[in-house]
Design a protein around this ligand. Structure first.
Ligand SMILES: [Zn+2]
Length: 371
């Protein structure tokens, strides 16, 4: 009896210590224990919300109605068209697990705060939470000099080298994702996966002996497989996965290939989601943001382009999938969101205030936290 009276208070003391030392102590209601940011480079709003764009396709190919892509992705209404292009995203992810902002026709707007409207500034804004137009005005910026939310979460959670990770199809992704190249796994473009495995060895060889979709860019399939292998083996708690083919084929005015890249992106999302939900660490404990670095032109003339001379490219979309958020489908008539809010939003889901690292960063997206 006496012994019990001693044991019980000790047990509660230990329990209290454990509970209050968890990183989410500041936001005790949250289930999130892992965060992943996923992007597809310059994937337009027009395809995300309306599927295949006949005017654009026609401008690149008079016989577009005879192409395999038209036959595969055409349907009478925008809703049917987008569901053919992105079946997993629209029919599963947005119906059962998440929501998307950025459909201007419904009164939801998401923009970049940088005024460059090309890749390096866009990814840097997503990852660090702040635009730096005065400094970052080229895709050849090299190693980022500003720390990202991956650097922040790695420090806060004392994560090892493999527990924070960035994977990208474009070489520069490894440099944009961190201001310290040695801090965590950063695998992009022409880099091999370092995982010691027969299938990965074959993929490394295939990557090296395959002509990529553009200079310094590998096919998205390699990025998908390398990132998936890393997830399985190292179970990172903070991750960035960046796909690149949508941008490459758009620049080349290869609309059919651009559509197929979108469709593959949907398959990658399905593969990643299926793994996450089959794994104890990730299932119902992982928050994902899916978005883009920049938009592109809106017409048959400039759909392939983006950058300072294409203001339409400032408009982006942003999807949120989280066990802590009950919003589903499309956002309607909501306040404007900004690209610089992603770093603070993902940090908040993990129980941290990103402003500790960067007071100038965009604030967490309030609507996701019930405010
Ligand atoms: Zn581009």
């Amino acid at each position: 009896m006496e012994q019990r009276m001693v044991i019980i208070p000790k047990f509660y003391l230990v329990l209290a210590l454990i509970v209050f030392s968890l990183p989410s102590a500041a936001f005790p209601q949250l289930k999130t224990r892992n965060v992943i940011l996923i992007t597809t480079d310059g994937g337009r709003l027009q395809e995300m919300f309306g599927g295949i764009d006949a005017d654009v396709f026609k401008s690149t190919n008079k016989n577009f109605q005879k192409t395999a892509e038209y036959k595969k992705f055409w349907a009478d209404t925008p809703i049917e068209r987008r569901e053919k292009l992105l079946p997993f995203f629209w029919k599963v992810l947005m119906k059962e697990h998440g929501s998307i902002a950025g459909n201007r026709a419904l009164g939801s707007v998401v923009t970049t705060t940088n005024h460059m409207w090309f890749s390096y500034p866009g990814y840097s804004e997503l990852l660090t939470g702040e635009a730096h137009d005065d400094v970052i005005d080229t895709n050849s910026f090299g190693q980022n000099r500003y720390p990202s939310f991956l650097n922040f979460l790695q420090k806060k959670l004392r994560l090892g080298h493999d527990q924070a990770a960035a994977f990208g199809s474009w070489n520069a992704i490894a440099e944009i994702a961190t201001n310290d190249p040695k801090a965590f796994t950063a695998n992009a473009g022409e880099r091999n996966s370092s995982i010691d495995d027969k299938e990965i060895a074959l993929l490394n060889e295939a990557r090296a002996l395959t002509v990529g979709p553009g200079p310094g860019v590998r096919h998205d399939y390699f990025t998908y497989k390398f990132a998936a292998a890393h997830l399985k083996k190292f179970h990172p708690r903070a991750m960035f996965i960046s796909f690149g083919e949508t941008d490459e084929y758009a620049h080349q005015r290869e609309y059919g290939r651009y559509l197929q890249s979108w469709h593959n992106f949907d398959a990658f999302l399905k593969g990643i989601w299926t793994f996450l939900q089959s794994d104890r660490q990730y299932r119902d404990k992982t928050t994902i943001i899916v978005t883009i670095d920049h938009g592109r032109g809106n017409t048959a003339k400039d759909w392939d382009d983006h950058g300072r001379d294409v203001p339409e490219a400032q408009y982006i979309w942003m999807a949120f999938v989280s066990p802590d958020v009950s919003l589903r489908g499309e956002w309607k008539n909501t306040p404007e969101l900004y690209q610089n809010q992603v770093a603070a939003t993902l940090s908040k889901f993990m129980g941290f205030r990103y402003e500790e690292q960067n007071p100038a960063a965009g604030k967490p997206v309030a609507a996701l936290f019930g405010k």
